[in-house]
Unconditional design. Structure first.
Length: 266
């Protein structure tokens, strides 16, 4: 169990609800915020991972919720249970749940492509829509969506994944305007390859091999924490990606395409 230097009453704690909290970035983010004294709601479809998270952080600082982002009823139950522990307060929603499948577009089954879109896009939409009343009723609340470097330009071998992250970026931009009147800040993080189990299980990509997965889940969790301290609409992670993003936004799409193609083929 984490060793806290101080305790808060739950009604004065800041609160965060994290999807995909059982492993990788979600787990690292849960640990990072718990160390700061936040009350963490961890949601995942893997019960064993949730049990381990609750044991590690402790029930005074954590609630866990079996939840599938493509099942609206399970999201409603999870957020209601979480709100019962926090007095209805939801300071930060971290939409982290997602899946990845890498390979030639035509060699990935249609079912797998659809599953990527279902979880990464429809799942995100489901959670945002269900969480809105809790965010609206919490002063200065915030959403941190998990986008990707592949939202800058479509990446070969990542077609459906990249498309899903473009959708995350677009929803982030739209809701950052729509929800501003409700005092809700909406942001996203755009990491390159992160050394997690999800990326390790898709190591057949030439781009991953060439560029490397140099970020850890803890690195990204730190960026989630930083983004709640200093909100930013889109936050590319790493100086090189920030530079790449800035260059790409000012470069004709055909030239960006040629650069991505060269990286992929070499």
């Amino acid at each position: 169990m984490l060793n806290f230097n101080f305790l808060h009453r739950k009604d004065t704690m800041k609160t965060i609800f994290i999807t995909g909290a059982g492993a990788g970035i979600g787990l690292a983010t849960a640990r990072r915020f718990a160390k700061e004294g936040w009350f963490v709601g961890g949601a995942d479809c893997a019960q064993e991972a949730l049990d381990a998270l609750e044991e590690e952080i402790g029930t005074d600082h954590c609630s866990t919720h079996a939840m599938d982002v493509v099942d609206p009823a399970s999201i409603q139950r999870a957020l209601k249970e979480f709100a019962n522990r926090t007095g209805g307060q939801l300071d930060v929603l971290h939409n982290n749940a997602g899946i990845l499948r890498v390979g030639a577009f035509e060699e990935i089954s249609l079912e797998d492509h659809q599953r990527i879109i279902e979880i990464n896009v429809i799942g995100l939409l489901n959670v945002l829509h269900t969480a809105f009343p809790y965010l609206r009723d919490t002063r200065k609340s915030q959403v941190v969506n998990m986008s990707s470097a592949s939202a800058i330009f479509g990446i070969p071998d990542f077609a459906s994944y990249s498309g899903s992250k473009h959708a995350v970026r677009a929803m982030t931009e739209a809701l950052s305007i729509e929800w501003e009147r409700h005092d809700i800040r909406v942001c996203d993080l755009m990491p390159p390859f992160v050394n997690t189990g999800m990326v390790q299980s898709n190591n057949n990509s030439r781009l991953i091999t060439r560029l490397g997965a140099n970020l850890s889940a803890e690195d990204v969790a730190e960026e989630v924490w930083n983004l709640t301290r200093k909100p930013q609409l889109h936050r590319p992670i790493s100086w090189s990606l920030r530079a790449t993003s800035a260059i790409a936004s000012a470069t004709p799409p055909q030239l960006v395409r040629d650069i991505v193609k060269r990286l992929w083929k070499e």
